[in-house]
Design a protein around this ligand. Structure first.
Ligand SMILES: [Zn+2]
Length: 464
């Protein structure tokens, strides 16, 4: 509240009317707040200042002098931070309603209708302070549309307000595996067996074809399901779904094309094989044993734990079909010890939520879950800034408040190291030096208004 009031007073002073559009290229915008988190340090700075010109940060630090003629935004008792990142979202998806309604809806809506529904999802995400997301899968059943590429481009072109997106297109998996969109339907009910053009491949050569097809169509990162998932209908939660030769082909082909590989993986054996093959991140990781986490530490593999998705699903567990509920309970029971072990062992931990399993814009609730399971607040903040920037391959241009970086700057009220839930009340957001949010609390996104997720099984087509 203090933050919002301070900013409104500044705006009322009349000098800052143009600031809502960001600083002009030749004008310096000075953001001030009681504290500053630079994205990488182990302490907060007092009397934080970030100086912005055009789309770039020209300086950031404690108590910097304000250049003459600068337009000053004093955010008061708040903490400045690099824009948050979420390394695991699905901005193009929103699984409202119960499981069977969702499956029917997937087959009923036009792709264009689904595309329009992404607009409030993207806005809710950036208004929550997430200026960059890695969007890990956007499959629409029996469609080859690359919807995440379209949304990414619409945001880049300023048509839609949203975070910078690094997209994975369809996601690659095995026949009958977690990503097979026809699993659970009668054979041929959807007309044909999915193939590499849908991201479904078997054998190293088909996996390579799938990678090439996705990169050809705009994938920035490759996603694959190397183990079963909680809520898919035809697989065990933790069985390996790729052979070592397949996962080796996945990693080799992707790295040749200078992309990174993120793998959905709950099971320990599948994770071990994927880590040995050189994947860049393990998503979820529910059943990973300490030895496997130690292997990740040695190889520098990131863990993206998506605690919030599990938390949300467990809140609705009784609504699941029994077979799926059993898988969800098993994964949820394992993941807290796994996360604590990962922190203790010192595995690199990226911030990722699986947004779309829960309503978009609630991503920051992940912070409190990480801290609740033993992560230091500053380490949780670093996971969503410099650590994710390294994982996403964008650290050279964003992820910290430093001279020369893109001006993705947010502010949250108070001190997040004494109350981590401050991250859930981001009140000020700039992306590329343009102000996206200026102090008001975000309203619930329109797409979610009046709807709640009746069951957790709605997440079945995701990679949870
Ligand atoms: Zn996911």
């Amino acid at each position: 509240m203090i933050l919002a009031r301070t900013f409104r007073l500044a705006a009322l002073a009349g000098a800052f009317a143009c600031l809502y559009d960001g600083a002009a290229a030749d004008t310096t915008m000075a953001l001030k707040a009681a504290r500053l988190f630079d994205g990488k340090s182990r302490t907060l700075m007092q009397n934080g200042v970030v100086l912005v010109q055009g789309d770039k940060i020209v300086d950031a630090g404690a108590g910097l002098p304000i250049p003459a003629g600068a337009q000053v935004i004093d955010l008061g008792d708040a903490t400045l931070s690099p824009g948050f990142m979420d390394a695991h979202t699905h901005v193009t998806l929103d699984y409202s309603g119960n499981y069977n309604e969702r499956r029917l809806r997937d087959l009923s809506k036009n792709v264009s209708e689904i595309a329009l529904e992404c607009i409030p999802n993207a806005r809710a995400t950036i208004e929550a302070g997430f200026t960059t997301v890695r969007d890990l899968g956007s499959r629409i059943t029996n469609s080859h549309d690359f919807l995440d590429v379209s949304v990414r481009n619409a945001i880049e072109h300023g048509i839609v307000t949203g975070p910078r997106m690094i997209v994975a297109t369809h996601g690659i998996g095995a026949t009958g595996g977690h990503f097979d969109p026809t699993s659970g339907y009668r054979d041929m009910a959807l007309g044909r067996e999915p193939d590499w053009t849908d991201g479904i491949g078997n054998g190293p050569d088909e996996i390579r074809k799938a990678v090439r097809h996705e990169v050809k169509n705009g994938a920035d990162v490759i996603k694959a399901a190397v183990s079963g998932g909680v809520l898919s209908l035809a697989d065990e939660v933790d069985t390996p779904q790729f052979t070592p030769a397949e996962v080796a082909a996945l990693v080799d082909e992707t790295h040749r094309l200078r992309k990174k590989v993120a793998v959905h993986c709950h099971g320990d054996q599948a994770a071990r094989e994927a880590i040995e093959a050189g994947v860049d991140s393990i998503e979820h990781g529910s059943f990973l044993k300490p030895e496997t986490l130690a292997l990740m530490k040695n190889k520098g593999t990131y863990l993206v734990p998506t605690l919030l998705a599990t938390e949300y699903i467990m809140g609705k567990i009784d609504a699941y079909p029994p077979v799926l509920a059993a898988k969800a309970r098993a994964a949820a029971a394992a993941r807290s010890d796994m996360f604590r072990n990962a922190v203790k062992i010192g595995v690199k931990i990226g911030f990722g939520t699986d947004s779309a399993v829960f309503p978009h814009g609630q991503n920051a609730k992940e912070f409190a879950l990480m801290v609740g399971l033993g992560m230091a607040p500053l380490d949780a903040l670093r996971s969503a800034t410099a650590a994710d920037a390294e994982l996403l391959g964008v650290l050279a241009k964003t992820g910290t408040l430093e001279k020369g970086k893109l001006a993705d700057v947010i502010a949250m009220p108070g001190d997040p190291t004494s109350d981590i839930t401050a991250t859930e009340r981001v009140a000020f957001v700039t992306k590329n030096g343009k102000i996206v949010k200026n102090g008001s609390t975000p309203a619930a996104p329109a797409a979610n208004a009046g709807t709640t997720r009746e069951t957790a099984a709605e997440a079945a087509a995701l990679d949870l």
